[in-house]
Design a protein around this ligand. Structure first.
Ligand code: AMP
Length: 332
């Protein structure tokens, strides 16, 4: 039974959703401003603005469901097409202050936030909107007044960064992947290891469950966490499939992409169990020689078909049950 999914955004996440849909006879149609959008290789591509009502209607026409693959989708656009997850998740996640207030309301621990008086210095000052991958973020060492669109956060002396990816079906069935341990470079994810060793899976699941239930969420959601002295603080939520869940394609029973597709179409969810120990390495800015990557026996190479540019995510490699030598071979 062929199904059709519309997707606002046609980047690599859309591309991997499309690839996961194909074996289930689920086809994709994407909306993206760029004619080069890399999801266009695996589905139909409508080129134009995310908030163009006519194009949104074309995206939704005949589709069983419309979803999105990035969190800065205009809320009105998501509403117009009745997107799943619904626009409420976007609203909560698009403004860092609103997001932090949601965490506080649900008694989910976070870094102290507010003005510099609330946090003290040093602090991280982040733009409330449109910040991602460490963009729109600066470290402040002495008191100053903040702009309207800025939010201060205490600098968390974390031991490591973790994330949990969960999925909730239309019937409320909720499942979680094992926690991933993440390393960032210049604010951009460099690598994830999963399952993270000695991490508080139950605590992370309790936090994510509160969010999924509060938002009556359907689909895949990721929560980024700091681990400090064995306790978890939430950094942010992402109402979508997530870079720290890419390892699930090669090292879990059901990938995050397939589970997102299953959830939004109201189908039974698949097992989120890990089948091995994964190290996912992002290919940022340029791609090492393909022959070298493919020569590593346990490496699964995923290229996104994007034009190289500094700082741009071009692909990733997931090593499953690999040794240090093999991992070094990929990291270069
Ligand atoms: P974000 O844009 O909020 O995802 O932040 C990007 C990265 O900056 C995070 O993955 C952390 O490495 C770092 N970071 C963000 N907020 C804090 C904080 N309050 N304390 C320490 N490091 C942070």
């Amino acid at each position: 039974m062929t199904a059709l999914v519309g997707c606002i955004g046609g980047g690599q996440l859309g591309r991997m959703l499309g690839l996961a849909g194909a074996p289930l006879d689920v086809r994709f149609r994407f909306l993206d401003p760029s004619p080069e959008a890399c999801a266009g290789d695996v589905g139909d591509l409508i080129v134009g603005a995310y908030d163009d009502p006519e194009l949104l209607d074309r995206l939704a026409e005949g589709a069983d469901v419309v979803t999105y693959e990035f969190e800065n989708v205009p809320v009105d656009a998501a509403r117009r097409v009745g997107a799943v997850p619904d626009a409420r998740a976007l609203e909560q996640g698009q403004d860092r202050l609103v997001e932090k207030q949601l965490f506080a309301r649900l008694a989910i621990p976070t870094a102290r936030f507010g003005t510099l008086d609330d946090t003290g210095v040093p602090a991280l000052v982040k733009s409330r909107r449109l910040g991602y991958d460490g963009k729109g973020q600066r470290r402040v060492e002495s008191p100053e007044s903040l702009g309207e669109d800025e939010l201060a956060e205490e600098v968390v002396p974390f031991d490591r960064e973790l994330s949990i990816v969960g999925v909730r079906g239309r019937d409320g069935d909720t499942r979680f992947y094992p926690l991933a341990e993440n390393e960032h470079r210049a604010g951009v994810l460099a690598s994830s290891r999963a399952p993270a060793v000695d991490a508080s899976q139950a605590e992370a699941e309790a936090i994510a469950t509160k969010l999924l239930d509060e938002l009556a969420y359907v689909g895949v959601l990721a929560v980024e966490l700091f681990e400090v002295d064995g306790r978890l603080l939430v950094n942010e939520l992402a109402p979508r499939v997530h870079n720290t869940g890419h390892w699930t394609i090669d090292s879990a029973v059901t990938s995050q992409f397939e589970n997102h597709v299953r959830a939004i179409l109201g189908r039974p969810l698949g097992s989120t169990e890990a089948t091995g120990e994964a190290v996912m390495v992002n290919l940022v800015g340029d791609v090492p020689p393909l022959e070298r990557l493919l020569a590593v026996p346990n490496a699964h190479v995923h290229l996104y078909g994007k034009t190289p540019r500094p700082g741009r995510k071009l692909g990733h490699v997931t090593l499953v049950d690999a040794n240090d030598e093999q991992i070094a071979e990929v990291i270069g």
